[in-house]
Design a protein around this ligand. Structure first.
Ligand code: ASP
Length: 313
């Protein structure tokens, strides 16, 4: 099983030991809770949804509680889940006040004839299925609010985890991707992937990124792999990243590692798209490539200890 907490210009120079520990412990907790379900013989879907739910409840990450502010000072969240056995999927975009958008994506997958619901309709569906709603204050975070004020001031749309290098980025201070995601393979050989995000700081016009788009930000197919992406959504949409990793494996017969390398370090790079992904294949190979400075990430395999990393080593 593998998880991510977003990619971006995450530099050791900008991190305190305390903050680094906080991120690592949060990743460990989410990974271990998801992994525990796999150990108990539960499904890969249950495991990825659990890990993402935990990350959504953690204000360090740009999803659920920690979601970034939109241009109008609100939170609009996107999430998706897919399982590889029957290619079942559920997705949701532009929802506000839903505590755990990933749970809504799963309820859509399990209890509707649809794959993808958005905005008001999705919220009605959530209400009908008794999902937990939270007031605006629950999603307020001073750090995110400062990011948002800075983005407003500079009229920038920003990704969550990237510290904007003044020399590289027109004077902005922060630009990060903080989306969260998980992929897993269970004891029955089933694969699943889930992704959740608050999107871009200062986003407007109902902007939706790759995270809720099956095939772009999330994909799972038992014949090949499960993938969850993080980065500049517009590029991940144009490159159809998650599905393309699977397609390279299915039709091109590439290994998981080679397929991921092709997408993250060639296709995306040629489009100038920044970010990364986590992927696991049906043989339990794991790949976590990124072309940004860092990516919050962790994985675990049977009989091994969790491995948690942030930077490019
Ligand atoms: N991919 C997400 C989006 O574009 C952002 C992220 O990964 O943080 O909405």
């Amino acid at each position: 099983m593998a998880i991510h907490g977003g990619a971006g210009t995450i530099l050791k120079a900008n991190m305190t030991d305390e903050k680094e520990m906080l991120y690592k412990n949060s990743l460990r907790e989410a990974l271990e809770e998801g992994w525990e379900l796999i150990q108990q013989g539960k499904s890969a879907t249950d495991a990825v949804v659990k890990a993402v739910e935990i990350l959504e409840n953690n204000p360090l990450f740009n999803a659920g509680k920690g979601s970034v502010f939109t241009n109008s000072g609100k939170h609009e969240m996107d999430a998706s889940v897919m399982e590889g056995k029957y290619l079942n999927a559920g997705a949701v975009s532009s929802v506000s006040n839903i505590k755990n958008p990933v749970l809504l994506a799963k309820v859509i997958m399990d209890n509707s004839d649809f794959v993808y619901l958005s905005g008001k309709g999705a919220q009605e569906f959530a209400d009908k299925h008794k999902l937990v709603f939270e007031k605006d204050e629950y999603f307020f975070d001073q750090f995110r609010y400062d990011q948002y004020s800075n983005a407003l001031k500079n009229d920038k749309t920003m990704l969550d985890h990237t510290v904007i290098d003044e020399s590289e980025n027109d004077g902005d201070k922060e630009k990060k991707f903080g989306t969260v995601g998980a992929v897993a393979l269970d004891k029955d050989g089933n694969l699943a992937a889930a992704t959740s995000t608050g999107g871009l700081t200062n986003k407007k016009y109902g902007r939706v990124g790759d995270s809720p788009l099956i095939g772009s930000g999330t994909y799972a197919n038992n014949k090949t792999c499960a993938v969850s992406c993080t980065g500049e959504g517009e590029y991940f949409i144009r490159a159809v990243c998650a599905y393309d990793v699977s397609a390279l494996m299915e039709y091109g017969k590439l290994s998981l590692e080679d397929a991921c390398e092709e997408i993250v370090n060639r296709k995306l790079v040629s489009l100038k798209g920044e970010g990364g992904l986590i992927a696991i294949d049906k043989n339990c190979n794991i790949a976590m490539p990124f072309n940004s400075k860092g990516m919050y990430r962790a994985f675990i395999k049977s009989g091994q200890k969790p491995e948690i990393s942030i930077y490019r080593d």
